[in-house]
Design a protein around this ligand. Structure first.
Ligand SMILES: C[S@@+](CC[C@H](N)C(=O)[O-])C[C@H]1O[C@@H](n2cnc3c(N)ncnc32)[C@H](O)[C@@H]1O
Ligand code: SF4
Ligand code: SF4
Length: 355
């Protein structure tokens, strides 16, 4: 008799809860740290002050709380998650409970691959342009070369996807990044840079962005290996250029910061930080009492990990099959002070970017 994995049973239970009108998260994103070895212009995270990190025992407590809330997909990010010495242990525990993904800048990828590959369903590697354009945006020479070297190794071990962020300085590279994915025989996912208050404003200018999105939609239609649906591109165009807003459902994704606290309504806006770690929080209660309504019409970002899940409808079974069962894993993206707490120094393995 076939064994039904707990994660599948959880998905079915959650689908029933959603059909009954209850809000529950499907996908979780967890930043394992804010620290990073690169210095991307558009990114606020590497600029943050030093931080305390959780140890493995607390990371497991997070996972158990997420599983109880009904989460099926857990995506790790940061900062740079491969800087953590214990990332292999964390991923092994996560993969026993969830479908997993991780997003990395690729600098340490080739080196850390043996520890992580078996515990990942999907690996995202960020590429912001070809060669010098990527290196300039990422602030560190050779970061393009290292990321591509990492992907050549990782694609043999785990489904690997380029994650491309469109900024005002790389729109002319979007098509070349699609070609890179084709050459490497992997997929890619795109997003539009959002202007964080604490990073350089890098969001693209309006008209060139429209042309780039239309071009990507056409490439997707003609078979380019983009993970985004044609509907995703049409939805951004409709909302930003034709006054047809989409309804954001940020409650489908739960975000956990490096200290184990929930960030709401989404990881872009970060307007609420729970005072308790997620394992001491009644997620079901919080989810069904939080004032989500103002965010439904927000339309500020176009992050696939929010937009794509927001587009699916539980009452449309074709949609559920295509997006949840066949597709949702692609959009996973991207902690109680106990004896398991470790200092950042113990947990982080720093390799000099100039090495
Ligand atoms: C914050 S990084 C963390 C993981 C890893 N350090 C990396 O770069 O892949 C996750 C993703 O966010 C993207 N990103 C950074 N700044 C952004 C911004 N302002 N708007 C949208 N995406 C952004 C990065 O390009 C990357 O693909
Ligand atoms: S590599 Fe990732 S976390 Fe680091 S600065 Fe760039 S986008 Fe931010
Ligand atoms: S559209 Fe607004 S509420 Fe929704 S994920 Fe983006 S920033 Fe958050």
């Amino acid at each position: 008799m076939a064994v039904v994995k707990p994660v599948v049973l959880r998905s079915m239970k959650r689908a029933l809860r959603n059909l009954g009108g209850e809000k529950a998260p499907v996908i979780a994103g967890h930043k394992l740290l804010y620290r990073c070895n690169l210095e991307c212009q558009m990114c606020p995270f590497w600029r943050r002050e030093d931080e305390e990190l959780l140890g493995l025992a607390d990371e497991i407590r997070i996972m158990e709380a997420l599983a109880r809330a009904g989460v099926s997909f857990l995506g790790f990010e940061g900062g740079e998650p491969l800087l953590r010495r214990d990332v292999g242990d964390i991923l092994r525990e996560a993969h026993a409970r969830f479908h997993t993904s991780l997003v990395t800048n690729g600098w340490l990828l080739e080196h850390r691959l043996p520890e992580i590959a078996a515990h990942l369903d999907l690996l995202f590697v960020s590429i912001d342009g070809i060669g010098a354009t990527h290196d300039r945006l990422r602030g560190i020479p050779r970061s393009f070369e290292r990321a591509v070297q990492g992907m050549r190794a990782s694609r043999e071990e785990v489904p690997t996807v380029i994650s491309h962020t469109m900024t005002r300085e790389n729109l002319d590279h979007a098509e070349r990044v699609v070609e890179l994915a084709e050459q490497l025989d992997i997929s890619l996912t795109v997003q539009v840079a959002y202007d964080y208050r604490t990073a350089s404003p890098m969001s693209p200018e309006r008209d060139p962005l429209r042309r780039a999105i239309e071009r990507l939609r056409d490439l997707r239609k003609s078979g380019a290996p983009l993970l985004e649906s044609v509907e995703y591109f049409d939805t951004i165009l409709g909302s930003w250029y034709e006054g047809r807003p989409w309804r954001c459902k940020p409650w489908l994704t739960i975000n956990i910061d490096p200290s184990g606290r929930i960030v709401l309504p989404c990881y872009v806006l970060q307007e609420y930080h729970g005072s308790l770690p997620v394992w001491d929080t009644d997620i079901r209660e919080l989810w069904n009492s939080f004032a989500w309504t103002p965010y439904e019409s927000c339309n500020k970002c176009a992050l696939a990990c929010y937009l794509e899940p927001s587009l699916f409808r539980w009452t449309d079974f074709t949609n559920v099959r295509e997006r949840v069962i066949d597709g949702a894993v692609h959009y996973v993206q991207r902690t109680a002070r106990t004896s398991s707490r470790a200092t950042a120094g113990q947990l982080i393995q720093i390799e000099s970017p100039t090495a």
